[in-house]
Design a protein around this ligand. Structure first.
Ligand code: HEM
Length: 145
């Protein structure tokens, strides 16, 4: 598989994770605990595949410089900075949320999940936004990636 495919694959994985997070939230609000559990585990697996794909991309491909000028540049780097910081923070948050659920500590699960869910959503959606701005709206005019 060509490395050029990875940014698009990553954005697709982010989109799938976002949809699963939404479905998982709706399910638990409807009291469907088993379905919530299955969908959240699926979201974790999709995000795990994303992480492997992302690290592979960063290992083999150069980091692209954003081509936009003016206010959009400030917006892009603010978005990117918040995305990166929260993407790092979300890993232990997800692990703690799932750990508490698996141990049957559902009060603790709910307490931490109230933070995990919105932060995870933000990371997924901002990841898609960064992709759209970097690769679709202001693409680098070079051969290769
Ligand atoms: C990181 C992944 C997960 C996230 C982000 C998450 C998110 C949430 C959220 C936001 C709630 C509270 C909903 C509300 O306030 O009404 C909740 C409740 C719940 N979750 Fe999860 N969840 C995750 C994984 C899991 C897993 C793996 C299980 C099962 C092993 C599970 C089982 C439950 C149950 C049983 C409740 C209801 C708790 C109660 O009302 O006492 N969750 N989850």
């Amino acid at each position: 598989m060509a490395i050029q495919v990875l940014p698009h694959l990553n954005a697709g994985l982010n989109a799938v994770a976002t949809i699963l997070l939404l479905i998982g939230f709706i399910l638990i609000r409807g009291g469907r605990k088993d379905a919530h559990r299955a969908v959240m585990i699926a979201a974790g697996c999709v995000s795990g595949v994303f992480l492997i794909s992302y690290v592979t991309l960063r290992f083999f491909a150069p980091i692209f410089e954003f081509q936009g000028e003016g206010p959009v540049r400030v917006f892009y780097f603010t978005l990117l900075a918040t995305h990166v910081v929260l993407a790092i923070a979300i890993v232990p948050m997800v692990l703690m949320t799932v750990w508490r659920a698996f141990r049957g500590n559902f009060d603790g699960h709910r307490a931490v999940a109230r933070w995990t869910w919105p932060v995870w959503m933000y990371v997924s959606v901002s990841g898609i936004a960064v992709y759209v701005m970097l690769y679709q709206i202001h693409p680098v005019q070079t051969a290769g990636l």
